[in-house]
Design a protein around this ligand. Structure first.
Ligand code: UD1
Ligand code: CA
Length: 420
């Protein structure tokens, strides 16, 4: 899109989070909050995006995709001041500019598209998103004139008693003609109470100049949630979690109890896989078709599970690849392991992958059978069709030949395994 640019505001300190982590890096379903905003912006077209950063700029920047341009706001003197920092970078540009807040991650593609479409169709100077909420406290209220035109946004702290009763709020997402925006910004005065320059004051300025102001009301007020506190963050987490689970169910994944199933963003699960209750599946995990996961399973980063695999209660898996047809049904841990197909991992098997300094790999070849209560001290290799007797401790650097039977503490090879 040649006639569009976007600016995401994310320089604020996020004081109300009471955290050392910059607000926009707090994660929701495993993904930094700001990534949701970047994703929704991308969904309306491909154009350049600028992110205004200030507080812990370097740290936030490291977590952004490379193509995102970063603009520094040295002093966080308000949302209008933040946009002004982008003026230089956009001085040769004359199209439309989308403005979003990095702390409002729940906005849907549909709502943002509606905003852009209406703005263009009406050739408005400014179009912004509003929504009607039960509890408008903390948000800017939309003040309309008798004909219904939005003529001002009044911040909560400045609202009169009557204005406080208004339940239509400013979501903090705007589309401006760039000239109108940068000219309007110059007129904004420092707010007397908060000593900040409010972007929202621009609406009244444009209204007085008889510029065309349009709004789009979003149906689901939850989408407009701005994350200011840890409590807001938990609400956002639940909202996005629901969206993720719903998408899996639409794709043919069976989720027995969505209320006790936690699946991060960027997880893939094949059809007819059953996820049983109290299961946590973290970002980046891949699960094939027709698997049974849980109850009480914990699948962590870099885990890849094939088809027809069962991971039962109290199993934890991290940085591990498990091929098709494997079973690990009761309280076991696999970390940094590579497991071939049709392996049976008995109850209570543990991979000791960390020697206190480094983590090492455990390789279990196909059709191996690991007896209950075994400890495999990595690095270690268990050959194809090898059998580890119950309660064995297989010490590090062992390379168990295929087809052998091994047992004891420490485990010793006692025979060849009869072919099944
Ligand atoms: C803002 C709006 C309010 C709206 C609400 C929606 C203003 C003045 N108010 O209020 O009308 O209802 O969002 O959630 O805009 N930021 C900067 N630099 C600054 C200050 C803020 O980049 O100097 C960024 C923050 O990091 C944040 C965003 O701007 O991502 C919004 O700032 P915040 O202080 O959270 O505004 P609200 O009080 O929530
Ligand atoms: Ca906010």
């Amino acid at each position: 899109m040649r006639d569009m640019r976007s600016i995401i505001l994310a320089a604020g300190k996020g004081t109300r989070m009471k955290s050392e982590v910059p607000k926009v890096l707090h994660t929701i379903c495993g993904e930094p909050m700001i990534n949701y905003v970047l994703k929704v912006v991308k969904s309306v077209g491909s154009f350049k995006t600028y992110v205004v950063l200030g507080h812990k700029l370097k740290l936030v920047q490291q977590n952004l995709p490379q193509e995102i341009a970063v603009i520094e706001q040295k002093k966080q003197t308000g949302t209008a001041a933040a946009i002004q920092c982008a003026e230089k970078a956009l001085k040769n540009y004359s199209g439309n500019i989308l403005i979003l807040c990095g702390d409002a991650p729940l906005l849907s593609k549909k709502s943002l598209k509606q905003l852009v479409q209406k703005h263009k169709k009406k050739r408005a100077a400014c179009t912004f998103l509003t929504t009607v909420v039960h509890d408008p406290q903390g948000y800017g209220r939309v003040i309309r004139d008798l004909s219904g035109v939005a003529g001002a946004i009044r911040e909560d702290k400045d609202a009169s008693g009557l204005e406080k009763n208004i339940v239509e709020i400013n979501v903090g997402v705007y589309c401006f003609q760039s000239k109108v925006l940068f000219e309007g910004l110059k007129q904004i005065k420092r707010n007397k109470k908060k000593k900040e320059f409010y972007l929202t004051d621009i609406i009244e300025i444009l209204y007085e100049r008889k510029q065309k102001i349009e709004t789009v009301e979003i149906d689901n007020p939850a989408e407009g949630l701005g994350i200011n506190t840890q409590e807001d963050l938990a609400v956002a987490e639940a909202f996005i979690q629901k969206r993720i689970l719903r998408n899996f169910m639409l794709q043919g994944v069976r989720i027995m109890d969505p209320n006790t199933t936690y699946i991060d963003a960027d997880v893939k699960i094949g059809t007819d896989t059953l996820i049983k209750p109290f299961t946590v599946i973290e970002k980046g995990v891949r699960i094939g078709k027709k698997c049974v996961i849980g109850p009480f399973a914990h699948l962590r980063n870099d885990t890849k599970v094939g088809n027809d695999v069962e991971l039962g209660n109290f199993t934890e898996v991290v940085r591990t690849k498990i091929d098709d047809g494997c079973f690990m049904k009761h309280f076991s841990y696999l970390g940094d392991a590579v497991v071939g197909s049709n392996v049976n991992i008995g109850a209570g098997t543990v991979v000791a992958n960390f020697d206190g300094k480094n983590k090492h790999v455990t390789r279990i070849a196909k059709k191996a059978f690991i007896g209950s209560g075994s400890v495999l001290i990595s690095p270690v290799k268990i050959g194809e069709k090898a059998m580890v007797g119950a309660g064995s401790v297989v010490t590090k650097n062992k390379n168990i030949p295929s087809g052998s039977v091994i047992m004891g503490v420490p485990a010793k090879i006692i025979s060849r395994r009869a072919d099944k």
